[in-house]
Design a protein around this ligand. Structure first.
Ligand code: HDE
Length: 715
């Protein structure tokens, strides 16, 4: 798989596909290609070099001797290397990004004057960066964590950034608490353990000390904390923004992206194993999908509340620990995000891209959401320390519309601005401010009166209702995953005060869950419940609500396991059926070399070259496993503990498994459950997600495909 996912560097450059948006075209001004044969290696100051491998030395007859400090080429090479690193992001350090476009299919002119949300003839270039939050840049992709989902829209009126997450709420209500929540989640200060994990004392201590975090930790402990793919998760702006229309009317708004492929997750054991087996799993998944032309897409939605209705809800609509339930505020899907081009270079694009919540365009504004207001300060500030004061001149951050002002100088200034004045107003009337008609950003004339105080509103003090709403709305399997996640996390806390009292908080949301967690981890139950439960549910909270109307297995990875003597009819049949359905079949066998079918002559036959051998890959890295029959092949697989483990592990992770003829008994032995049924003749049997057909017929493949579509990962 890895070999197919990442082609060799030169092939990669040749095969790099994707759309050329206005921003991608703009980037070409700053792009050089190492594969351009006319290049010769030079110093940074342009002098051609004929040896970049040997430091200039004073050598004796043996060709050894001291190196000369005078060698400018060697010094330049080493100096440049010494300074390659920049500070990693203090949060969201590990990420993957891609280019794409935003299209609008319904104008929102009734609520906003923003061109990007009203002009349906436009195609707005975007750059999206997905990330984990807590881990450092070299940590793994599939850890339990919130995922960042940051979008930069290069609009004709300037850059608009929605710096969102895959979970619609946040741990805290006021930005001033951000350093606390992040410190508590990051590795502990005395020994820098653990990396990229919430399963430790400080994180859970923080959760208990902050009742406002309850709603969010339920989301983080749900399947949303371990997404199967960046392409299969929702995105949320989280904070409350505002939209203002041409009439000057203001509305509150939340932004939502919902993936075309549905919302899917790993099971925890799978995610844990992939952390070691393939730390780049999500990066590769995104990269491969885009390279293969299976462009990920999300519907873009808005939830809108007129200013006059701000106080009509029993929660505060400016509180980022609350969702706006869809029953109360429906989502209006008006556009689509599509990612259609990988980056040419990671550092200059994915690493140097810099988002700011404060980047808004005319027609879009802020609200008094206290988390948002603090974020508006923080992002610009952090870019100064990461990239320096001229970070907005970096190619990936530059708007596609003109930029002109009197901000000047600073380290690494690129733009050369001609003219004799650098201030406004000036005697030349040079660079005057724009009028509203010319597209200037006009501040909303909001009347504000108040006293200075460090306070929160009454509604901000209610923290449990939506946590319960979320948990009540999950399906039974999703609820059991929350239990297991809490059980795992608290088991990793070794300070009794941390794991004992957490159960009393959980009991306020669901006493049975608390009881079950308490039993697992040694928690304490409160003597009596401290809160009256409302028992309500809402739609859109369970990820099952986002199953695509037509289940799809496009881009899903299916392992077909064979050994010499396999049944070629079954092998070719399933491979063809999977490919036709847009899935990615991979042949796995005891060796990565030619495997011969039953009856095929080793000297004259073509054989099949396996993509991987059984030891090189694991079932965790595939969505489904299929085993064609063939007496000799199954005989070999039976003797391989690894092959048996492949099947048993896939079954344990609730993956669809298919088997035909002799493979049926093999699969049966690997994952037999009391009451499980297996095919004994021509019929196709589907039991516990294991599809068996004792005889190979075309229906077997259709049934296998249907099963794969319906399996855990796909619903
Ligand atoms: Fe961030 N956050 N954040 N955050 N955040 C950063 O900015 C911050 C919050 C989010 O791919 C930093 O450029 C504060 C919520 C994403 O480059 C920093 C607060 C949400 C990314 C920062 C929050 C996010 C960041 C670090 C509390 C979801 C990665 C590097 C008020 C809506 C963007 C950087 C990328 C990154 C501050 C809370 C999402 C330090 C002060 C809520 C996706 O500025």
């Amino acid at each position: 798989m890895a070999s197919q996912i990442i082609a060799s560097a030169s092939e990669k450059v040749k095969t790099m596909t994707g759309e050329r948006t206005q921003k991608v075209a703009d980037l070409t001004q700053d792009t050089k290609d190492v594969h351009d044969k006319s290049h010769r290696i030079t110093t940074d100051y342009g002098v051609k070099q004929n040896d970049t491998d040997d430091w200039l030395k004073v050598v004796n007859e043996d060709k050894t001797g001291p190196m000369l400090l005078e060698d400018p080429f060697a010094r330049e090479k080493i100096h440049r290397f010494d300074h390659e690193r920049i500070p990693e992001r203090v949060v969201h350090a590990r990420g993957a990004g891609a280019h794409g476009k935003f299209t609008l299919f319904e104008s929102a002119a009734d609520v906003t004057s923003a061109g990007v949300l009203t002009d349906t003839s436009r195609e707005t270039p975007i750059f999206v960066r997905f990330s984990t939050v807590l881990g450092s840049r070299g940590s793994a992709d599939t850890v339990r964590d919130v995922r960042g989902f940051a979008v930069k829209f290069y609009t004709q009126e300037g850059n608009w950034d929605i710096v969102g997450n895959n979970i619609p709420v946040f741990f805290i209500q006021d930005a001033m608490k951000f350093p606390d929540v992040i410190h508590a989640g990051k590795p502990e200060p005395h020994n820098e353990i653990p990396q990229a994990q919430t399963a430790h004392n400080n994180f859970w201590d923080f959760q208990f000390m902050h009742p406002e975090a309850t709603h969010m930790f339920f989301w983080a402990m749900s399947d949303r904390g371990i997404p199967r793919s960046y392409r299969m998760m929702q995105g949320f702006g989280v904070n409350t923004f505002t939209l203002t229309n041409d009439k000057g009317e203001r509305h509150f708004v939340k932004f939502i992206y919902t993936p075309e492929l549905g919302v899917h997750s790993f099971v925890w054991d799978e995610a844990l194993k992939i952390v070691g087996q393939d730390p780049d799993f999500h990066r590769k998944d995104l990269w491969t999908a885009i390279e293969s032309g299976a462009y990920p897409k999300w519907k873009f939605g808005i939830q809108v509340i007129p200013e006059s209705k701000e106080h009509d809800f029993d929660f505060d609509i400016l509180d980022a620990t609350k969702v706006w339930p869809e029953e109360l505020v429906p989502i209006r899907y008006i556009g689509q995000l599509e990612l259609n081009r990988n980056v040419d270079e990671y550092f200059t694009q994915t690493e140097q891209v810099a988002f700011c919540t404060s980047h808004i365009v005319p027609g879009i504004g802020f609200s008094d959401d206290p988390l948002l207001q603090g974020r508006n300060f923080s992002y610009f500030d952090t870019q100064l320390s990461r990239l320096g004061v001229n970070w907005q001149e970096l190619p990936i951050n530059k708007p596609v519309c003109p930029v002109m002002n009197f901000n000047r100088d600073g380290a690494m200034r690129h733009t050369i601005t001609k003219g004799t004045v650098n201030y406004w107003p000036n005697r030349f009337q040079a660079v005057p401010p724009a009028s509203k008609e010319e597209g200037a950003y006009i501040d909303y004339p909001e009347k504000i009166a108040g006293i200075k105080a460090r306070m929160r509103s009454k509604k901000f003090k209610e923290h449990k209702n939506q946590a319960e709403l979320f948990y009540n709305s999950l399906s039974a399997p999703e609820k059991s995953h929350v239990l297991n996640a809490l059980g795992f996390e608290l088991d990793h806390c070794d300070d009794p005060i941390v794991y004992e009292r957490m159960t009393t908080r959980i009991a306020e949301i669901d006493p049975q869950l608390a009881q079950d967690v308490a039993e697992m981890v040694g928690g304490k139950m409160p003597e009596q419940s401290t809160r009256q439960r409302h028992n309500k549910t809402a739609k859109g909270l369970s990820q099952l609500d986002y199953a695509p109307a037509e289940p799809t297995i496009a881009t899903r990875m299916v392992a077909i396991i064979i050994a010499d003597g396999y049944d070629p009819v079954a092998y070719n049949g399933i491979k063809g059926a999977l490919t036709a359905a847009g899935a990615l079949p991979f042949t796995i066998s005891p060796r990565r070399n030619k495997i011969f079918a039953a009856g095929e002559d080793r000297n004259t036959g073509t054989g099949v070259v396996a993509d991987h051998h059984l030891e090189g890959m694991r079932s965790t890295l595939f969505d489904s496993v299929f085993i064609p029959g063939g007496a000799q092949s199954i005989e070999t697989l039976r003797k391989s503990g690894r092959a048996v483990h492949w099947v048993r592990e896939a079954f344990g992770h609730l993956k669809a498994i298919g088997a035909t003829s002799e493979a049926v008994q093999f699969v049966r032995d690997a994952c037999d459950l009391p009451g499980m049924e297996f095919s004994t003749s021509g019929e196709v049997v589907d039991s516990y997600g294991v599809v068996t057909a004792a005889q190979v017929k075309p229906e077997s493949f259709k049934e296998a495909i249907k099963m794969v579509k319906g399996a855990k990962h796909f619903i």
